[in-house]
Design a protein around this ligand. Structure first.
Ligand code: NAD
Ligand code: L34
Length: 295
């Protein structure tokens, strides 16, 4: 069997068209949705991701401002900036691109963002809402994964999803959303981490594999049940002299081999990455709508 390729770029473009319509509607009501992104330091991957977010905002008509700050900024300096964005009426969504430099306590920064402007959904209050089932902001990558499965018509009720990686931004919130969601439409969840002694045994039982480990080639063809759905969240840079950037991007899945076994698979690039951007923008619009209703 050769897997169906799930085209994240196409699905993200569909979502961005919907977001653009929502933005138009808000503008008719006199509301211009705004997103502030904070980028600390000069990590090339983070720069690319923030640029992609900025470009997408422009495409759909969301006001955007990017605060590019040197890596030597103090924790207090960064907190002051976030407080000013919390207060700014033009800003409905705030995003602090991770990772932050090692001298800054990431969790302190996340907790400074006003929960109703937390377009990333990383604030503990929003994580708590997600866990009990009344979330306003679902983190962008997890909601992107769920949205892409839904739009591909992949039913999850009665299925077994194995999630590899348990970070706060991917593995844990996907597992959380599925654990508390409607049992008729959400899968049973298993979550694996770096010291899992039988990763292959677990993945072979999966109807759906979601992998976010950051290890190229971690998922081999012999680890996948024939017909399973494979969602590759991993983004890894491997040196490549042929590529003008000096590297190319691969996921955590041995794509060429696994696509011969799986039923459906996401590519990297062009899979989950563009979905992350689209879902952030959707969260920004819902933040703007909620804040306008409060005003
Ligand atoms: P992380 O880097 O913080 O942690 C990695 C997780 O993987 C940990 O929970 C660890 O226990 C687990 N892990 C590592 N090696 C493993 C192994 N051999 N077997 C099983 N589990 C293992 O996680 P993150 O921030 O979620 O990032 C993971 C990957 O996803 C990275 O490549 C990152 O670039 C990518 N990512 C992509 C998107 C996107 O939008 N496409 C979004 C976020 C992260
Ligand atoms: N605060 N930090 C915060 N929020 C996030 O949601 C993120 N993430 C992850 C890293 N740190 C974060 C992102 O934005 C990863 N991530 C992200 C965003 C966009 C893309 C990938 C990851 C993306 O656009 N990927 C393209 C290729 C990009 C390239 O050419 O390098 C793709 O097709 O996969």
């Amino acid at each position: 069997m050769t897997a169906r390729i799930i085209d994240g770029r196409r699905i993200a473009a569909d979502i961005l068209r919907e977001v653009a319509r929502d933005v138009e509607e808000l503008k008719r009501d006199g509301i211009l949705p705004g997103l502030a992104a904070v980028l600390v330091g000069d990590d090339p991957a983070s720069q690319t991701y923030v640029t992609n977010k900025e470009r997408a905002c422009r495409e759909v008509g969301i006001y955007t401002e990017v605060h590019r700050i040197g890596a030597s900024v103090s924790q207090d300096g960064l907190i002051d900036l976030i407080h000013s964005l919390n207060m700014a009426a033009r800003v409905h969504g705030i995003l602090v691109q991770l990772p932050l430099p090692p001298h800054i306590r990431e969790q302190d920064i996340i907790e400074c963002v006003r929960p109703d402007k937390d377009a990333d959904g990383f604030h503990p209050l929003n994580i708590g809402h997600l866990a009990i089932g009344d979330s306003q902001f679902v983190p962008a990558t997890p909601s992107g994964v769920m949205e892409m499965l839904a739009r591909e018509g992949i039913e999850l009720g009665g299925k077994h999803a194995v999630i590899i990686g348990r970070s706060n931004i991917v593995g844990k919130p996907i597992a959380t959303a599925w654990m508390q969601g409607n049992p008729n439409t959400c899968p049973r969840v298993t979550i694996c981490h770096r010291n899992d002694p039988r990763l292959d045994e677990m993945t072979r039982q999966a109807d759906v594999i979601v992998v976010a480990a950051g290890i190229p080639g971690l998922i081999r063809a012999d680890m996948v049940k024939p017909g399973a759905v494979v969602i590759d969240v991993g983004i890894n840079h491997v040196p490549d002299k042929e590529n003008p950037r000096g590297y190319r991007i691969v996921g955590d899945v041995d794509f060429t081999a696994v696509r011969e076994v799986a039923g459906a698979i996401t590519p990297v690039p062009g899979g989950v990455g563009p979905m992350t951007v689209a879902m952030l923008l959707r969260n920004t619009v819902s933040a703007a709508r909620a804040q306008a209703a409060q005003a």
